[in-house]
Unconditional design. Sequence first.
Length: 78
Amino acid sequence: MAPHPDGSVCLEGTRRVPRTFVPCCESLERHTSSCFFDVRLEWWARQKAWFIIIAPSAGSGGLQISYCPFCGRHLAKD
């Protein structure tokens, strides 16, 4: 993983999804491995929920979501 100019680690190409993950649409699939400076979606196993990731430079964390922001389908909680 390459660093950003500010020294933070770029997560582009990595993903956090449940083992049984089946994307509801191509956009969701693509954004599970994007950089957090783009729209990045992750599955947080401890919370058993999907999150839109907030960049560390903006305070870190995530916004919990239940529906795909691209196609509107309900996201599975496996």
